[in-house]
Write a protein that binds this ligand. Sequence first.
Ligand code: FES
Ligand code: FES
Length: 163
Amino acid sequence: MKIHVKVNGKDYTREVAGNRTLLRFLREDLGLTGTKEGCGAGECGACTVILNGKTVNSCLVLAPEVDGGVIETVEGEAKNGKLSKLQEAFHRNHGVQCGFCTPGMLMSVKSLLKIHPKPTVAEIKEAIEGNFCRCTGYQQIIESVLDATGQLKPRKEEIRRVR
Ligand code: FES
Ligand code: FES
């Protein structure tokens, strides 16, 4: 079937098979390979994107289901070659190591910040609980989010308490 979607503000129309996942659609049909495939089974969060304002595991969503949808992926973060504030904070605080989890992590955090522009440590942890990271131990990721929201210094003590 033919579907129409808006991805990172750009319109696309493509023919897709009924069993095409949103993940494969983004990566293979649109060439947006920033979104990663880890488990392919809804467990790791590497494939997280924002669909109509909410995070989804794109490996579990079928492309025909998103017809008419608005999708945000990591490719929409940097503008004119300049990293977003959130990406810069991840870079500065070593929230990125191998980087495999990062695109999905950024989408989960972006979604959180729309609701809680100054999230607590507990809110950050809850927002990223479905995003597995095998490298950072999560502390640098939490610090990255606090830095991006201007709260790193005041909440250092809170980070220690919830570890
Ligand atoms: S690849 Fe989708 S949750 Fe792991
Ligand atoms: S930075 Fe390697 S999995 Fe998170």
